[in-house]
Design a binder for this molecule. Sequence first.
Ligand SMILES: [Zn+2]
Length: 422
Amino acid sequence: MLLLKNGQMLNEEGVLITADILIKDGKIAQIATDVEATAAKTVELNGKLITPGLIDVHVHLREPGGEHKETIATGTASAARGGYTLIAAMPNTNPVPDSVENLKVVQEKIEKDAIVRVLPYGALTTNLKGEELIDFTLLAEDVIAFTDDGKGIQTAGMMYEAMQKAKNVGKPIVAHCEDDSLLFGGYLHDGTYAADNNHKGILSASESVQIARDAILAKETGAQYHVCHVSTKESVSIIRWAKAEGIRITAEVSPHHLLLADKDIIAGDIANFKMNPPLRGEEDQLACIEGVLDGTIDIIATDHAPHAADEKALPLDQAPFGIVGLETAFPLMYTNFVKNGDWSLKFLVDRMTIIPAEIFDLPYGKLEVGATADIAVFDLDVEYEIDVNDFVSKGKNTPFGGCTVNGETFMTIVGGEVVYQK
Ligand SMILES: [Zn+2]
């Protein structure tokens, strides 16, 4: 038994109330203003914020195959450190979870090393090659959804078939939208920064044309379709239209696309501003924020993408895409969108807990009696500086090192077990 004393939690109306939470047998046994349980281990929270454990549906754990970048042990420790109790692991590993046998390799490693819940994605195509669809029926029960994240599906015909198959097994298609024929060797956004500094640009259209195509295919097939890391204003407009049409479409955005635009790139640290999709123009950033506000974009997902320092030190056109995000997402979002009064705390917390749970039909994301005790506790009062050397992730690649934030994780609990405590 564990008793959290004098925390603050959000009620249905989004008002903070002081509460004690008693955890017993992995579940929330009691929530009340003054719980007595002499047999329980008691943790005094002194008014810290208690939320449901955060959920991130877009994480690259790298293992198996990329253990020099991250392992399931370090990646899930990083998640716990960030207040996440459930993460979904992208399939660009070696082996790729595209068959029962390969998925088993991933599952066994998760079983052995993960300290938070990890739900693997299944690949859409064999070895993520984009050539032939895998047998969805074999993997459906053991994966959160199907995706070839990192690559777009290049033909409408293949996406159409994928949606039909996904619908038949009752799982969503999760799409990294990128048309390879519109890349032209780009590695930063095709905007003023790239033009002024002689870099090759990635067109916004490389993303939005696939979202438009897929929205129409989702309407045609009735499949559940989720868009990864939305980054352009055109993408936001298309998803807004698609939702108005009643299409089963949802979308995520990363903290970095809400917080940065290409004008914010620091020349001396440019590889840490290189991700895919790239940091777009300011009007795209603002459109993404607007999209979150009006419900066009449903959730926040980090696209946590750890890389080794020597890989990020390669010349910019060769350095890998991506930044880490698990240990910085909540404090960055809290500090920049809630603390300044733009969003309510509930608005943010819902987009990192219950809404992703609902989209992916997961039985988590709520603080209520009887619920599984997946819980995060944050300290909103103490300000601190993000220090990349302090990350438990192997990846130190982020443009947010040195930022001053509030919202440090104090405690993370998965199924009643404390997996992180400051
Ligand atoms: Zn992606």
